[in-house]
Design a protein around this ligand. Structure first.
Ligand code: URA
Length: 230
């Protein structure tokens, strides 16, 4: 792996910043200054330091994105803007994909990663990873609707798994799901003759959408947040 790419993969710098740090002599490979950004290293056996800090190679990248409206949850699309368009090109090159899908008009928390096994695990209903969505419905949601939705409704041949709903007003609330079928919440509300007019994911397991991220902004997950993928 190139030395500058190694720094980028840790989120320590963009490729150009990494190149600069290397040329400035701030990066040591096995104790020796290495000034070529394209110098090849073995991240598993070489010891790399940046300004004295030993850097440990991270095999996988995990990014939290605050998804705006109008982006599809895909890696590429002929017509539409994708969530990958919102991150740095060097991260895109690391093979990131969205861990689960949000609809084009759904907002909020999307995790991007290149950890296929980890993503598979957290998305499987078997592992009961809860995702919380804020929603606004067209019509008031009644007590009976809540009971039906919480115990499971038919969304076109599929009976949804039990979920939890907390209403904060007649038409606004939070729904906690452990599964993610296509258009699931929209179809659930349709099953009780209602309609979703606003949907935003605010948590994914232990990971909460960082309130400091504006729509379209992203950051790397912290080590604590990454635990869910281990
Ligand atoms: N349910 C939906 O209907 N849409 C989403 O984007 C996520 C969950």
């Amino acid at each position: 792996m190139r030395l500058d790419k190694f720094l980028t993969s840790l989120g320590k710098a963009t490729r150009s910043e990494g190149g600069k740090l290397i040329r400035q002599g701030k990066v040591l490979v096995n104790g020796a200054v290495q000034k070529s950004p394209d110098f090849k290293i073995d991240p598993d056996s070489d010891t790399i330091t940046l300004s004295g800090e030993v850097l440990t190679y991270k095999k996988y990248t995990y990014i939290m994105l605050n998804k705006p409206e109008g982006y599809v949850s895909a890696t590429d699309d002929e017509k539409e803007k994708t969530v990958l368009d919102l991150v740095d090109p060097q991260d895109r090159r690391r093979g990131l994909f969205p861990c689960g899908r949000l609809d084009k008009n759904t907002l909020g928390l999307v995790i991007l990663t290149n950890d296929g096994d980890g993503a598979h695990r957290v998305l499987s209903p078997k592992h009961h990873v809860e995702k919380i969505y804020k929603f606004i419905s067209r019509d008031p949601v009644s007590e009976n609707d809540i009971k039906a939705l919480e115990s499971g409704v038919d969304i076109g041949g599929y009976l949804t798994k039990p979920c939890e709903i907390k209403m904060t007003s007649e038409c606004e609330g939070e729904i906690t799901l452990i599964e993610g079928k296509y258009h699931q919440i929209k179809r659930m509300l349709e099953a009780v003759n209602n309609k979703i007019v606003y949907l935003e994911r605010i948590t994914f397991g232990n990971i909460q959408l960082d309130p400091s991220l504006k729509r379209g902004e992203w950051r790397y997950l912290t080590p604590d947040e990454e635990e869910i993928f281990k």
